[in-house]
Write a protein that binds this ligand. Structure first.
Ligand code: FHN
Length: 594
């Protein structure tokens, strides 16, 4: 027993170290100094992103060819010459655009801020600009400024309004970034582009549309850190209250944006945002129907909130000004859930208990919100690491008190009194006394027989030898980025990934490794060690690692492990011999067998 405790203590110390490293890795570009107006943003939690431009009119098709992925990149993908792209404006007439309907949808969805593309990489201005005639007033039959109406309608409903502005990429301008099919790159003068278009237009946006909550920059380029700071300073004076996104570049900006479709796996301090699009494209594509259901949006939102951030979800209206049917439907359904459960999301901070097999947590002073995605079969919800004195536990929607017990640092809530519901996220509230403990990254990952499967993610591995934890980025469709945290670099027997789990219910568990394994890694032997036993396996081939292609993961059942008693176990996964990287390990799944 003593030996086991010592081993556990060592494992926890090592794990802690690795975990600290991870937080730093994720947190490295968080903002040094807080903007005085950051509080509204920190409390907002849910934003609506809108990509709308000439690409919306093309809807993913050019010259009879269909494009997939980021529809707003169609000019770049199809290498459409500037003079032909300009013709698209001639038929852009969004007569169905209704600022009040869009703003009301945002309100109904529980949105607290909206950011819309004033100018995307295509270079077209969706607002009335004196800087260019390639704008909605001069180049289209619409001849109105939709941004004026939208800014007013949004603010009227108490929603912060902001603009996306592509400050470097501008494929319409000879000196703008990244149109190399019309313009010779070696002749580009980016400073001239900044002086003649980007800065004057940003000044228009910061002057003519009332107070902006956010200026959302994207894909920086062509400026040093000093130049970026000067650019910020020049704009800042116009609206000192407005927040600038971190994609202004060079580690500057007022809050951090993660990569597209990326949620950090651990809580991150400071103000930050995850950005997702509702389907596979930011700009409208008529043939993209891969919309996230309300269920998926709600879990994504609570997951992002459980790490301490905001979710800004994008929709892509079409060229007539209609928001896609399923975006409206699922946003409204999300709003219905938020109306009843908003207290657990808005103005919350990261939960101090790591993800559990049942879901995630968010917190407020004196309250911990349990977001129960999956209900335990025996109705007894285990919340580990909860020693504070509890005053009450209840379901957020009906405030009905629930019985609970506290035992050896565990809280066990009895959900029996709650009717079966089909909600994606049943929120329970725990009211407690005293100061909450810090997020315990070193806590063993809970594995329980009460759920169909228990995911033990790579982020919770202690890495040994040359193995390390990395976030891998790859894409499905063009620009449709995905991010998966994996243990990588496992080439020799010392390069192990060790998981510390707490098995709450004794019994048999199928241990499944989830990994990606390119051809050169396939057919190598690995071993999984647990409780003094070694289980051998041979790796199965999945896909090559190529940033611009899907990374495929396989769920490879390795063994059945009998946990004779409840308790803490370490599970070590390593290559059997020196060789190529064994695989990119996404994690382990413990599936109870009954
Ligand atoms: O290239 C853009 C893309 O089109 C889209 O606007 C996203 C949204 O975050 N930002 C860029 C890529 O990161």
């Amino acid at each position: 027993m003593k030996l086991r405790l010592a081993v556990l203590a060592l494992a926890i110390t090592g794990y802690c170290y690795a975990q600290q490293g991870m937080e730093e890795m994720w947190d490295k570009s968080s903002m040094a100094k807080e903007h005085p107006n950051i509080q509204w943003f920190k409390e907002a939690k849910f934003g609506l992103f809108i990509h709308w431009g000439l690409y919306s009119q093309l809807a993913g098709t050019w010259d009879g060819k269909h494009y997939y992925g980021s529809g707003e990149w169609i000019m770049h993908q199809a290498k459409i010459p500037v003079n032909r792209y300009r013709e698209v404006a001639g038929s852009f007439n969004p007569v169905n655009f209704n600022a009040d309907e869009w703003a009301q949808l945002a309100k109904d969805a529980g949105i607290k801020y909206m950011v819309i593309t004033a100018k995307h990489h295509e270079g077209f201005s969706m607002f009335d600009s004196r800087v260019t005639d390639f704008d909605i007033m001069d180049a289209t039959p619409y001849k109105k400024d939709p941004m004026k109406a939208l800014a007013a309608a949004t603010r009227k409903r108490g929603i912060q309004f902001g603009f996306y502005y592509s400050q470097f990429q501008d494929w319409y301008e000879p000196n703008g970034g990244r149109n190399t099919w019309d313009f010779d790159e070696s002749k580009k003068d980016y400073q001239q582009y900044y002086r003649q278009k980007a800065i004057p237009q940003l000044k228009e946006l910061l002057t003519n549309y009332g107070p902006l909550g956010i200026v959302w920059f994207d894909t920086p380029g062509g400026m040093t850190k000093e130049q970026t700071q000067a650019f910020i300073d020049e704009l800042r004076v116009l609206q000192p209250q407005s927040l600038f996104s971190s994609r202004v570049g060079q580690g500057l900006g007022d809050y951090k944006d993660f990569g597209d479709s990326e949620v950090p796996p651990v809580p991150i301090k400071g103000a930050w945002e995850s950005i997702y699009t509702h389907n596979d494209s930011w700009g409208y594509i008529a043939h993209d129907m891969n919309f996230k259901s309300a269920h998926e949006i709600i879990r994504l939102l609570s997951n992002v909130a459980s790490k301490g951030g905001n979710l800004m979800l994008n929709v892509g209206p079409d060229g007539k000004g209609n928001i896609p049917y399923y975006s409206i439907k699922y946003l409204k359904e999300t709003g219905v859930w938020l109306q009843k459960n908003g207290e657990s999301i808005y103005a919350s901070t990261a939960g101090w208990i790591p993800a559990q097999p049942w879901g995630v947590t968010t917190s407020k002073p004196g309250k911990l919100f349990l977001h129960v995605w999956d209900r335990p079969e025996n109705e007894l919800l285990l919340v580990p690491g909860f020693s504070n004195a509890i005053t009450k536990v209840y379901a957020l929607t009906d405030k009905k008190p629930l019985s609970f017990q506290q035992r050896d640092g565990d809280l066990i809530v009895n959900m029996n009194a709650l009717p079966e519901t089909h909600t994606p996220d049943k929120v329970l509230v725990v009211e407690y006394k005293g100061t909450p403990p810090a997020y315990n990254a070193a806590a063993p990952v809970t594995v329980s027989a009460q759920y169909a499967a228990n995911n033990v993610e790579a982020i919770f591995a202690k890495t040994g030898g040359a193995s390390k934890i990395e976030s891998l980025t790859y894409s499905h469709y063009f620009g449709d980025w995905k991010h998966t945290t994996c243990v990588t670099g496992m080439q020799s027997p010392e390069d192990a990934a060790t998981f510390t789990v707490r098995i709450a219910d004794p019994g048999d568990y199928k241990l499944i490794l989830e990994y990606a394994c390119p051809q050169e890694s396939a057919k190598q032997e690995g071993r999984l060690e647990v409780d003094g036993e070694t289980y051998m396996f041979r790796t199965l081939r999945t896909s090559e690692f190529d940033k611009s292609a899907p990374l495929l993961f396989i769920k490879h059942p390795v063994t059945i492990f009998r946990a004779k008693k409840a308790g803490v176990y370490t599970i070590r996964v390593s290559p059997y011999r020196q060789g190529k990287e064994l695989f990119k390990l996404k994690g382990m799944i413990a599936e109870p067998l009954k």
